[in-house]
Design a protein around this ligand. Sequence first.
Ligand SMILES: Cc1cc2nc3c(=O)[nH]c(=O)nc-3n(C[C@H](O)[C@H](O)[C@H](O)COP(=O)(O)OP(=O)(O)OC[C@H]3O[C@@H](n4cnc5c(N)ncnc54)[C@H](O)[C@@H]3O)c2cc1C
Length: 397
Amino acid sequence: MKVAIIGAGAAGCFCAIELKRRLPDAVVEIFEARKRPLAKVAVTGGGRCNLTNSFENINDLREAYPRGDKLMRRVFTSFDNKDTWEWFENEGVKLVLQEDNCVFPASQDAMEIVNLLKTRMRQLGVNVLVNSKVTSVKALLDQYDAVVVTTGGYHKPVASSSTGDLFEGLDLEIVPPVPSLFTFNLPSSPVRDLMGTVVENAEVSLAGTRFKASGPLLITHWGMSGPSVLKLSSYAARYLAESRYDATLLVNWLEGMNPDQARQDIGKTAVKNPLKQITNSRPDSLPSRLWTYLVAKSKIRQDARWAEIGQKGLNRLVETLTNDSYHIKGQSRFKEEFVTCGGVSLKEIDYKTMEAKKYPGLYFAGEVLDIDAITGGFNLQAAWSTGYLAAVSISEK
Ligand SMILES: Cc1cc2nc3c(=O)[nH]c(=O)nc-3n(C[C@H](O)[C@H](O)[C@H](O)COP(=O)(O)OP(=O)(O)OC[C@H]3O[C@@H](n4cnc5c(N)ncnc54)[C@H](O)[C@@H]3O)c2cc1C
């Protein structure tokens, strides 16, 4: 049997290893456009490689995979995060689970993962052909018994459907790729003067939509970032692309509190401390510079005391605290980490095998598919799981 894998990234290399273990006599060749395999894995997680997640905080897979949750549910019945943990530990990589549920190699070095996968491929006799960009999947399908496409996401944010000529001659639906996992530019907002400020529990949403996310929020010199913003960018990736990254961001600085609860809470503070200066009695969760900024934004004098602000002032403060509005105009990269929303439509794929429904012998795995996740190790998990399932399916065919 001859199998071609296009792309020596996380999904392609993982698939090749599993395939060779199951079919030692098969010829497995990986075509890699770049001069080195696994270049992206080497830089994942800031060079530490967040290779999976415990999924403990995930109640519904849709929270982790805004695109592809149903496919991932099926794929996890073959290979899930626990299997990933076991797989790497069996290969001699000690893993650590962080408090935030992210899993890293104990060495905190992505190169340990890269070197392990490269070594196993060499030992098993996988033929890695570097500097070998494939330009036509169809041409390879004629030469191999099976072809696995694992070409990953798209390097540049693109607004329309564009996958080069790779799929020419094949009738495959491509969901137009757009970037996911980015931060928001707020070019005209004075909040940027508070750069470096972190709020541990904020809720962010987009006005007029159902998109919302919560978690830590970081104010930067260009706008807003942090886990809550990255999550929101993922959930709303396509909406924001279609809106040309021009939208209204709403921030609830008191996550978990609605305006009525906030009014009661702040009302109590006001009644208890009528003579205290407002800027000197902030909620525990808000840094003092941010509190001062929010008080000023509510058109309350910096030296005002609680007894002076009246019902109207209280209402304005509550509105700013729970429904603070910012104009997003543009997006920025987060530490060069981004993934692609879009790719080969999941309608084309048999979820049980990762095989293309219309083309027997053609398989897909990893980010080339219309699957992507929030940060936290979920994207690599998708690459391992789908690569694994493609290998199992080919070997059982
Ligand atoms: C900076 C950064 C940090 C990240 N950190 C994390 C993290 O810590 N945890 C996490 O879960 N996710 C992380 N991600 C996302 C994660 O790296 C990807 O989702 C994952 O690598 C996708 O795996 P893949 O095998 O599908 O694609 P890739 O790993 O991108 O591999 C695709 C390969 O195919 C090759 N290729 C493309 N086209 C062709 C062609 N025509 N012919 C031959 N070869 C081709 C490419 O050169 C590449 O080597 C990060 C992403 C970035 C950019």
